[in-house]
Ligand binder design. Structure first.
Ligand code: NAD
Length: 483
């Protein structure tokens, strides 16, 4: 480094901005080392953040779309400028590796979503213009948005909630997951460099802070991403404040491999559909139904891909799979796999904790010969274990896919586009992918049905969800009003 160069910002620098000497201890899932301490804020801090948001929101709304879009673009620049330290902090706190569809990918998505949201326009809609009346549907900011997030994709999901909210002129109070607060606080501190005081804040606290945010009388909209159980509590809270809700909840996505699929060609797509973020993804493939005629070939091809995907420490450049983020989730996966084995499930790969890697590592576990009703099939595992179920009649596979009370995503795998489409139309899920699973795009609406939640994120629909519609109905001055 020459005398004129400033040292590059590191993950430690970002951490130093947000960590506190005493607070909630955050350990790195991969190594168990203490990463730092997160502030433990309480409901009084939350109340103060909501009051500041309420005060700041009108001024932010008054800036207009163009200015707010420009601010989002500058936020994206800031994320890009510190992408590497952000990714390293995320990797250490969340556990996901740097490479593969993991930490660097997630930070890249934050910037991509900020840019796409800046460029998305929600035009007023003329709904009637008949010579006597001109009625227009316009969208106003909803006010103060409460954004409550999970620990699996903490940065990306925060941006999914924050970017459209800010774009539409709202102020936002973020409640990060208590498992991954530090990287979210670091992200918010970067975004705040482009925002007036009070418009965006994060309150790092325990679950009661989330509960207070959801029920706060001065919160107008809650964007909640997390489990279905907590989502139900958010719905109950909304009876008090009548907050509008977007609920992105749990899922148990089914994939159906039709008899004409090519097992070797689809294996890698199936693998990442199931195991992106080491399976800790809302819309991951969580149960796979494969036609009897190619069942063993699909199992073998998936096993072959699984064996060559390296799992390891988050900061190891070779890893593309990492640990479970927390002990609670590790225990869920371990319990479901053990149960599946006891029920006669055939463990094709994995099966036992990968203790040689660390306390929270569980290897990619493919379990064949399970059936509907087995807990690994029916419950959301949210980790690196995939049940593979055999079917012989596609009607049965469709019925299996639809039989659970969740409907986030689903997929159909086939070499015949028309056959795949016909099956896709019959699946009860917010998104059905054909020959892929789980890919999202900033312009393509995303949301669940049934107990996976309601409301849409992304694109124009996503902007509508953080706005309130208003009709402006103008009578022609030459026409007398009716009684
Ligand atoms: P969780 O429900 O335990 O926690 C989510 C957030 O809610 C946390 O910030 C938590 O502090 C907060 N919270 C806790 N109690 C609350 C209450 N009473 N009111 C309001 N907020 C409260 O979920 P998790 O374990 O962090 O995340 C995993 C789950 O999230 C999985 O089921 C997964 O499928 C789901 N998920 C869904 C999506 C989606 O887009 N549909 C995306 C990611 C994760």
């Amino acid at each position: 480094m020459t005398a004129t160069e400033t040292p590059a910002t590191t993950a430690e620098d970002l951490l130093a901005r947000v960590a506190v000497p005493q607070g909630r201890e955050i350990r790195e899932p991969a190594t168990g080392a203490v990463l730092g301490h997160a502030p433990v804020q309480g409901v009084e801090d939350l109340d103060a953040a909501v009051a500041a948001a309420r005060a700041a929101q009108p001024g932010w709304a008054a800036r207009g779309h163009e200015e707010r879009s420009q601010a989002l673009l500058r936020m994206a620049d800031r994320v890009d400028a510190l992408a590497e330290p952000l990714a390293r902090l995320l990797a250490r706190e969340q556990g996901k590796p740097l490479n593969g569809p993991n930490a660097r990918f997630e930070v890249g998505a934050c910037s991509a979503w900020l840019r796409a949201t800046a460029a998305t326009v929600l035009e007023p809609q003329v709904v009637v213009d008949d010579g006597t009346t001109r009625a227009e549907l316009v969208y106003r900011p909803v006010g103060v948005v409460g954004a409550i997030g999970p620990w699996n994709w903490p940065l990306m999901i925060t941006v999914w909630q924050v970017a459209p909210s800010l774009r539409m002129g709202n102020a936002v109070v973020v409640k990060p997951s208590e498992h991954t607060p530090l990287s979210v606080l670091a992200l918010i501190s970067l975004l705040n460099e482009e925002l007036p005081e009070g418009v965006l804040s994060a309150v790092s606290g325990e679950r009661e802070v989330g509960a207070r945010l959801a029920s706060h009388p001065d919160v107008d909209k809650v964007m909640f991403t997390g489990s279905t159980a907590t989502g139900r509590k958010v719905v109950e809270s909304s009876a008090g404040n009548l907050a509008r809700l977007t609920l992105e909840l749990g899922g148990n996505d089914a994939g159906i491999v039709l008899p004409d699929a090519d097992p070797e060609a689809i294996a890698e797509g199936l693998f990442w559909g199931a195991f992106i973020n080491t399976g800790q993804t809302c819309a991951a493939l969580k149960r796979l139904y494969v036609h009897d005629s190619l069942y063993e070939r699909v199992v073998d091809a998936l096993a072959e891909v699984s064996r060559r995907m390296p799992m390891g420490l988050s900061l190891d450049e070779d890893s593309v799979l990492g640990p479970l983020q927390n002990k609670q989730q590790f225990d869920v996966v371990a319990r479901l796999v053990e149960d599946a084995e006891q029920r006669g499930g055939r463990i094709v790969t994995g099966g036992k904790p990968a203790t040689e890697l660390g306390e929270l590592f569980f290897p990619i576990t493919l379990v064949a010969d399970l059936t509907d009703g087995d807990p690994l099939v029916d419950e959301e595992q949210f980790g690196p274990a995939l049940p593979i179920v055999r079917y012989s009649d596609v009607e049965d596979a469709i019925a299996s896919a639809n039989r659970l009370d969740v409907g986030l995503g689903a997929s159909v795998w086939s070499s015949d586009p028309a056959a795949a489409r016909a099956v896709a139309e019959r699946l009860q899920a917010g998104t059905v992918w054909i020959n892929s699973h789980g890919s999202v795009h900033p312009m393509v609406p995303f949301g669940g049905v049934k107990s996976s939640g309601y409301g849409l994120e992304f694109g124009v629909e996503g902007l509508k969800s953080v706005a309130v519609p208003q009709v402006i109905s103008a009578a022609s001055p030459t026409v007398a009003p009716t009684a």
